[in-house]
Every structure is written in C-alpha cells, then in structure tokens.
Design a protein around this ligand. Structure first.
Ligand SMILES: [Zn+2]
Length: 553
C-alpha cells in the first residue's frame, strides 16, 4: 500500500486527560503547530464504492450523546439521523440501545479492541498502562499511575500502539484508502493527521504545572484540540480528496468531562456546541466534494464516565503511606516505583502496579529468584501462587474488609480477581474471584452474589485475562468500588491525580457506549438490519471491525 503520512510532533491528548489547563498560550501552541510530511508518495486514487466516516468520541456515554442529539442544539448529528422513531431507530440511522465496551472500560485498550475486532487477551493491549513481564517493561500510553509522558509521544511519533498490537488493524484488513485523524491506533492507515505543538517538551511542562479550571466548552483547551484536529483532516481532504475510510478521533469530550464540575451535564453542552460543530465541518467537507450521499457514518465511543469526587480521599494513589503501593510494601514486597524508567538501584522490584482508573493490575515475581535486595527478579517466569500471589491477595482482602495495614483502603475495593499463574508462553487462565478463602469461578460467584450492576462480567473478564496475552493484565486485578448505585463519596479510583469523573469499571455507566450507524438519506430500517447482524441490540466494541468490513466490502 502506498503510504503517505502527515505526522506532527505529538497529539498529547492522553496526557491531557490527566493534566489540563487552559490559557491563550495553549491555544496559540496548538493553532500554530506545523505538520511534517514523511512520505511524498502520492496516495492511491479514490475508488468508487462505499465510503465510511467513523466519529470516535472519547469518553462519551450514550445517554449524554442522545440528550445532546435530542436537545435541538446538535443540528449536524440530528440532521444526519433524521426523525427519531423509537428504540434506537431514526429515519436515516440506528443507535444500538445497549452497546458495550470491553474491560477495562479505558481508552487505549478499548480503541485497540474497536479497531482490531479483538479483545485485549488476543491483541496484547491490556489498558492505559500495563507491564510486559517478558521484557520487564512498563508502558503508559495514557499515564494513570506514572506521571511520565514519554509513552504519550511514542503513541504519535513511534506508533507505540501499532508496535504492541498482536492482531491486524481494521486498516490492514480492508486495504483501502484510509485517513486517520489523531487516533492512537493508526498502524496500516494511508494517511495519519495530527495536531502538532511547536515544542512538545515546553508544552507538556506547561500542562504539568497548569491548574484545572472549569470554563465554557467552546473556550476550553479540549475544544481547541478537537477543532484543530478537524481543521487538519479537512485540509488533508482538500489536498488528497476523500478517503474510503476516514477515522475522526475527538479526545476533547473525555478531557473536558474529567475536569468539569457537574461533568455529565457539562459534557452534554460540550457535545452540542463543540463535537457537533466539528462533525458538521467534516460532513460539509464531504458535501463539498460531492461525497456525502451514500457515505456511511459510525459514531462510537471507548467508554462512558462515572462522576467521582475530585478529592484525594477518593484516590487510591501511589504514595508510601495510604495507597496500594504502601500496602504491598508493608506486606513485604519490593514495589516498582510508578515511573517509566528506573535507576539501576530500583530494578530489584518484586511487585508492579498498573492503574486504569476503576481497575488496577498487580504483577508479581517469583520471589525465590530475587530474595536479596538489589537482586533483579526473573520476570518472564511466573510467580508461585502460594508464596508470591496469595500473600498479596490476602493483604488486599483484609485491607479492604477491615483496614488492616492501610486503614485508608477499607471499603474501597469491590472485587479482587486472581488465578493460578501460567508461564507467559502458555495461555493465561481465566480470572476468578478471591472470596477471602479461595478463588471462585466468576459464574459461580455471580450465582451466589447477584450483581446486576456489573455488566456481562464473566465474558468481559475472559476477554481480558483468559488467553495468549492474559498475563498483560497481571496476576491480580482489583476492581474499585465504583458503580453509581453507591454514594459518590463511596466511589474510589486508582490514579495518581484526582478528577470529576473516572472510568475503567464493569458498571453500566462507564461500560455502555454509543454505537450508531447512519447514512445521509439512507433507510433507518436497512441500517438497523446491518448493525443488528453484529450483536443484535447489544453489540460489543469487538463488532465494529467486522461491521466495517461488511460495509466496505
Ligand atoms: Zn477514553
């Protein structure tokens, strides 16, 4: 395939979910950033045939999107869909009522699943952060525990996600002219457009020092990012014509919601006044090229959002006193520092934590290989269950039940999962629930404890843990107390910094996603039949890639 990439220096969107300020400096930095053309090979001519635009809205729950569409103030999406006729059906589209994310309901893992059609256990991308025990490498394309941005830039400049994915991307499967704007998953696309700050280092430093402010959606930094990315992709359309598949990633919806007070209400406003405008601009560019009619449109998200208190008491952080790091240390493990790279003296760790918001992964070493201080563990080797995994399981169970060792952890964890370790070259076993005494298979646990608030838990945990790359999710998975049925001050999240919303859990509110198929002037009934072929009324994210292959066949 001819490859032509416009590559900026960084999209840095991931970092922004952590650290967000807003001021004129940021606007100027984004708007004046340049682009770099790496390959001047002309793109292949557009073939006549079906076209598709995928609007990938980060962190957008279906209820908030539908509220925006019904508000009368999102004319572009509403106009595309036409009149609403009930149960997800529109004149020109269909919104699957109960579409579902994978686990964790977190950005990088979810987009990887959506754009490969394979779950984390097969594609090897297990979360926003993970540990690769075969090489003892910690990855943080979206830093949650590790406030280090090196992997954020690698997502753009070095295709970190493409290099990690073990399964073909949608773009490699369909082999057509494909433009991707901003999305972390872009391996195999024809053209990749992104915003580009003049100096990434200066920019990131500014953000880390920046303060969080609640401001108007239209004036937010998140909006500047979405508008700018849209502008870049429209310029690419002007130069190169429309593609067979155009992926348009909007990180702003997620960034803005995380840092806003009254996050879900504010998000609806953002969707109405920022996202819908950007969608309108892309549709208009297609219209100008005479390419809008017959073009399919998919609107999909990686996860929803659960409101949380933006307060240190709700944060299960990374400190040495009150956090899961502290618990493991006091239980006798040498714990890896939450950094991407370590000094030589710090490489003798026996336990690793990777954070996903409402989930955390704990990786444990066979401590017989590194009993002495300053002795590095043999990480490719699996831990021993009784000697290495069980003491950590019991520590988390007791801390959660009674506040033993770290009182702040009492009542913060919903479920603790683990399993018998397996060598990394073998399939990892399914996660089971630790009940304080033993590991209980998830279906059996759910028969004894009704948990309708955790959606499709067994299947989604299998997709995370049971198979070739199941070890990427660790030896223990901690699910934080998170569902909205709890009071907001009883919801807790694994992260280094606080926010007004988090996600990553199996609860309805962050697991349900919009999954809409539309076509300008197309028949809603036909579009519903097409989408329903892939999962009925409750398609999962794994169904988007097969749907697109069918549409662009
Ligand atoms: Zn996200």
């Amino acid at each position: 395939m001819n490859r032509r990439r416009l590559l900026g220096y960084a999209s840095f969107f991931s970092l922004l979910t952590l650290l967000l300020g807003s001021c004129a400096l940021i606007f100027n930095t984004i708007w004046t950033g340049g682009q770099q053309q790496l390959d001047l090979t002309p793109p292949p001519p557009t073939v006549f045939g079906p076209r598709l635009i995928i609007f990938a809205l980060d962190g957008t729950p279906p209820a908030q999107l539908m509220q925006a569409i019904r508000s009368g103030n999102a004319p572009n999406l509403a106009g595309l869909l036409g009149n609403e006729r009930g149960q997800g059906l529109f004149d020109h589209g269909y919104a699957a009522p109960r579409a579902l994310s994978i686990l964790p309901s977190s950005t990088i893992a979810a987009w990887s699943a959506i754009f490969t059609g394979t779950p984390p256990v097969a594609n090897g991308v297990a979360g926003d952060e993970w540990f690769e025990r075969e090489t003892a490498t910690f990855r943080a394309p979206v830093p949650v525990s590790a406030l280090d941005t090196a992997d954020v830039s690698k997502v753009v400049s070095d295709d970190l996600i493409g290099k990690t994915l073990k399964t073909p991307t949608l773009y490699e499967l369909i082999k057509k002219k494909i433009n991707v704007s901003l999305l972390s998953v872009h391996r195999g696309a024809t053209l990749y457009t992104t915003v580009s700050p003049a100096s990434l280092a200066d920019f990131l430093t500014f953000l880390i020092k920046g303060t969080l402010k609640g401001i108007d959606p239209e004036k937010s930094f998140a909006a500047a990012l979405d508008y700018s990315a849209t502008q870049k992709l429209i310029e690419a359309i002007e130069t190169n014509g429309v593609a067979d598949l155009q992926v348009v990633y909007f990180p702003g919806t997620d960034i803005f919601t995380h840092v806003s007070e009254d996050p879900l209400e504010r998000q609806v406003r953002y969707l109405r006044f920022v996202t819908d405008k950007s969608i309108g601009d892309v549709l208009e560019a297609y219209r100008k090229h005479g390419a809008l009619n017959d073009t399919y449109v998919i609107v999909i998200s990686d996860h929803g959002q659960i409101p949380t208190l933006n307060d240190d008491r709700q944060k299960l952080g990374t400190d040495d006193e009150h956090s899961p790091f502290a618990l493991l240390k006091r239980s006798g493990y040498r714990v890896r520092k939450p950094l991407l790279s370590l000094g030589e003296l710090d490489t003798d760790y026996q336990a690793v934590l990777a954070y996903q918001g409402f989930m955390a992964y704990v990786y444990l070493a066979d401590r017989s290989t590194c009993a002495a201080e300053h002795q590095s563990c043999d990480w490719p080797r699996p831990p021993r269950f009784k000697e290495d995994v069980l003491p950590a399981l019991e520590a988390f169970y007791k801390a959660n039940r009674s506040g033993e060792i770290v009182p702040e952890l009492k009542g913060t964890i919903d479920l603790i999962f683990s399993r018998e370790p397996a060598p990394i070259r073998q399939s990892a076993k399914p996660f089971q629930v630790f009940d304080g005494q033993r590991l209980v298979p998830i279906p059996e646990y759910l028969r004894l404890h009704q948990r309708p608030d955790l959606i499709d838990l067994d299947r989604r945990m299998q997709w995370l843990g049971a198979g070739p790359f199941g070890h990427r999710a660790g030896d223990i998975v901690l699910l934080a107390a998170a569902c909205p049925q709890r009071a907001i001050d009883q919801r807790f999240y694994f992260a280094a910094i606080t926010h007004h919303t988090w996600h990553g859990s199996a609860c309805e509110q962050d697991s349900r996603i919009p999954f809409i198929l539309a076509q300008a002037g197309g028949s809603g009934e036909r579009l519903r039949a097409l989408l329903r072929k892939f999962g009925g009324d409750a398609p999962t994210q794994l169904m988007m890639t097969p749907l697109v292959r069918e549409l662009l066949k």
